[in-house]
Write a protein that binds this ligand. Structure first.
Ligand code: PHE
Length: 458
């Protein structure tokens, strides 16, 4: 890294561009695919309630921490720690993140590919008039296949790489400005369709009426883990995005907006899904298959279902794409800032390697499913699940823990607060409370989540 690279560093063209890009990163498969099924299994509104607490206390805290670090240093996830903590090992925090990004994008790209494939399967009628079991067979046969899922993964990764190559303003900002509004419009459209179906009330009731008997330690910890994943935290994505942010802009209100939009998207996704699931007489607790197995059946049974089904999978694809570009950017910014590569080379080469690892993930669902590795509390995992578990249960939470400890015990809360308040030009009376949470409460809570991930508690 030399002076020249820093001087020429890109930046967001506008504050709204930054907010949409950060919200685009946050709103992804985690919101549209995972949140509704976790809520479906965790007692509907009871899970939503616990999730909101996790987001408000721990999620927002870590997001502010990442924003402060990224903008103060103005570098990638690893470079930021090297700059703020020279000659120490704190850069390992960023290394956790870059490694997590690499692993998450490998399997994320595979699911992104499934999502594009389902747009076409809906469109060309291969998901019409089937029994519940047939929907399940179609999905399982598709994802365990060899060439088909890989071809779709290539399409998805090609789009991701193409946008990142085009840079911050010309690629990431531009596309988020188009795709993010589209995401909200489609969700609203689906909600209107869902709640106007006969029998939709039961779904709304399920979603909004809490069943607190379902809440136990493991549901609370699942909600916390989901908050990190959904808000794109612990990985340095938000450090990277904040590093392109101007010194004058307001980090705190941006963080509140991003957290608010992400939570709104997750909540609305449930609203788009559950009323329709109940109205068509299907089960809400299908788990990971909810989106790819239950929903095609739901669309098949509703008037104009093909149209809404296509819209849903376009929504899922857009949401996955805006997240995938942020994950790739996290790694690309690192090789660009630290090794001096051009953006173009970084995006093509790193994106290409991640795509290759993703192919292994895809094949591990099918022909290579015999190869498994035991992981504490998770049994034997294929390569796909291994990437998921190591990255989201170990690296993201470990990264978030280190980020909090870095601020609390090395960089110091006062410095972070002066970054967040633009050197006290903005005043937020609650920032000292944030300081206390980031130093003590968040690390202890995150430690519980990590221990739970290893099956030690919960
Ligand atoms: N937040 C994204 C989602 O909800 C996933 C993600 C995780 C993106 C970590 C970036 C970093 O799908």
């Amino acid at each position: 890294m030399d002076g020249k690279t820093i001087a020429k560093r890109e930046s967001w063209a506008s504050r709204i561009g930054f907010i949409l890009a950060a919200a685009g990163s946050a709103i992804g498969l985690g919101n549209i695919w995972k949140f509704p099924y976790l809520a479906g299994q965790g007692g509907g509104a009871a899970f939503v309630f616990v999730y909101l607490l996790a987001v408000a206390f721990i999620g927002l805290t870590v997001m502010l921490a990442e924003f402060a670090i990224g903008r103060a240093a103005g570098l990638d996830a690893i470079g930021s720690f090297k700059k703020l903590a020279p000659r120490t090992f704190w850069w390992v925090t960023g290394a956790f993140g870059v490694l997590a990004a690499f692993m998450i994008l490998s399997f994320y790209g595979v699911v992104g590919g499934w999502s594009i494939a389902y747009i076409f399967k809906m469109l060309f009628g291969s998901l019409a008039n089937l029994s519940g079991e047939e929907y399940s067979n179609i999905f399982v046969n598709f994802i365990t296949g060899t060439t088909e899922p890989i071809l779709w993964q290539l399409v998805f990764m090609g789009l991701t790489i193409g946008i990142v190559v085009a840079g911050i303003q010309g690629g990431i900002e531009k596309w988020n400005k188009i795709l993010m509004p589209a995401i909200f419009v489609i969700i609203l459209l689906l909600i209107i369709r869902g709640i106007t179906l006969e029998g939709a009330m039961a779904g709304i009731e399920f979603y909004l009426k809490p069943d607190f008997s379902k809440i136990d330690g493991s549901v609370i910890l699942a909600a916390l883990g989901q908050a990190f994943f959904s808000l794109s935290l612990g990985m340095g994505t938000m450090i990277t995005y904040a590093s392109y942010f101007s010194k004058e802009d307001n980090l705190v209100s941006s963080a509140l907006t991003v957290v608010g939009l992400d939570t709104l998207a997750a909540f609305l996704a449930g609203f788009a899904i559950f009323p329709a699931v109940f109205a068509t007489g299907l089960a809400p607790d299908a788990g990971p298959g909810l989106v790819f197995i239950t929903l095609p059946g739901v669309f098949d049974r509703m008037p104009l279902g093909t149209l809404f089904g296509v819209a849903f999978f376009i929504l899922l694809t857009f949401a996955a794409l805006t997240s995938a570009i942020s994950i790739l950017e996290c790694v690309v910014a690192f090789v660009k800032d630290q090794w001096g590569w051009t953006r173009r080379n970084a995006a093509f080469i790193i994106g290409g390697i991640i795509t290759l690892v993703g192919m292994v993930c895809s094949l591990s669902m099918g022909v290579w499913s015999g190869f498994t590795v035991p992981f504490p509390a998770h049994g034997n995992l294929n390569f796909f699940d291994l990437m998921d578990v190591i990255s989201s249960k170990v690296l993201l939470t470990g990264g978030a823990l280190l980020i909090c400890l870095f601020i609390g015990f090395y960089w110091k809360v006062e410095n972070a607060i002066s970054e967040l308040s633009n050197d006290n030009k903005l005043s937020f009376s609650w920032l000292p409370v944030w300081g206390f949470v980031v130093k003590y409460i968040a690390p202890i809570t995150i430690l519980f989540v990590i221990l739970n991930g290893f099956g030690i508690i919960g």
